[in-house]
Each structure stands twice: as structure tokens, then as C-alpha cells.
Design a protein around this ligand. Sequence first.
Ligand SMILES: [Zn+2]
Length: 258
Amino acid sequence: MEKWLNSWSLGLSADLNDFTMIKKAGFEGIEILAEQKNAVQYLKYASDLDLKVGLHLPFHDLNLATPDAAVYERTLSVLTEWIANLAEYDGTHATFHGGYAWFSEERNESLFRVEERIIKLNEVAKHHGIELLLENLIPDKLNYCHHIASNLEEWIDLITAANIKACLDLGHLDLMGNDLKAAIDKLAGTLGAVHVSENDGRSDLHLLPGDGNQFTVGLESYLEDRHFGGPIIYEINPYQYSIQDIVNHLSNNNSTVR
Ligand SMILES: [Zn+2]
């Protein structure tokens, strides 16, 4: 199964040597986090080294579910620009967040709004030959606002309605309280990519697989059962691990995601 790295794990000032190191370690692709100040430079490094590229679309200050028309207009325009940019580098997929309802009571109308907007965004993505992947998010335990999508049912409903695919974030799934195998079986053919990290079951720590509560155990066999052909993207905390730590993890223990 293809192993990729999300560029968040590289920090904000990675250079060509770091990208070379990643490639030598066996990572086949990089999912670039568009919010990083050097994101375009990172796209260039990856493309120069013949690494496959995808994008994690920006989400801070951009709420796809917003009731504010100007914020939505800005969100769509920024996401559209990045999708076009990714296409220039022969990118494959763009992972995105569904935004959030300001109040949990407004969840249903926000979901209705976001469904229409994802359909529209997917037209842009299809035009550029990019596959759109909706990522699952951590539920707001206070139940003040509502993150979209932060439960399995609404996530699958949105993916089905908009005819897109899922980026399954394992750390987020753990905090949603779902079982890994059951979620993979439910997502089945809609699964486009996986974000891999572990945590302690309480907060989203983005630890290397095996360093947390072992939530990732069984991942590869569950995915094989479903004939999953997409990338497994490591999304590892750059404030806790160096690039060398991540490289060592992959080369020393290629079966750690097991
Ligand atoms: Zn993620």
C-alpha cells in the first residue's frame, strides 16, 4: 500500500534535502498542507523529485458551512484557486473540511447548505481532474458548534449526496468514538485516502502509529479486505517528532501500520 506524508509533519521550513530524505525512506507521495507559507515551494520540491502530490485544502478562516455569504464567496474562491494550482502539478486529490455550524442547533440547515456547496466545489475539482475527499472531524464535546462531518452517518450522507470520496482520519475517528474496522467497512468503496496517526483517545496528538493507544492496529488488513487502493498518509506532529524520527519509523518498521 502506498505510504505518503502530509507536509504538516515537515514543519514550515523544509528544504529539498528533507524532501529527498522522505523519498529515499519510501514515501511515494506528499499531501501538501496549503496553509503552510511555503506550500507552493513544497509542491515544486515534490514535483522535481517525482513524488506524487495531493493537497490538504486550507480551512482556517474558511468555513464552507458559513451562513455569511461573503465568507462563503471567499472560501470558494480560495479553494478553487488551490485546486487549479494542484492540477498544474498533476496532483491527484484534494482533502478538505466541511466547516462548522455556529451553533449545534443549526446543524441541519448547515448540512443542507454544505451539501450544495460541496456539489459545486466538486464541479470545480472534476473540471481539473482532481478527486475531492471530505475528511472526518473531531466532534465538539461541548455541543456548542457542530463540526462537519463529525459523525459517521452525516459524513457518509454528504459523501453519497455529493458523489465524492472520504479521507478517513484515524485520530479523529478515535475521538469520534467509532470502531476502526466497522468504519472502514461502512465507508467501503467511498474511501479515497487515510490520514494515519495515533493519540491517547482524548486529544488529537498526531503520534506515530504504536506510540499512542494502538488504535491503528489492524489497519492494513482491514484496508486490504476492502481492496483499498488509495494512499495511507502519515500526519505526524512536527512539534514532537523530527523528519528523521518519521523516516526511521518507516524504514525500521514498515509493518507498524499493521
Ligand atoms: Zn487529518
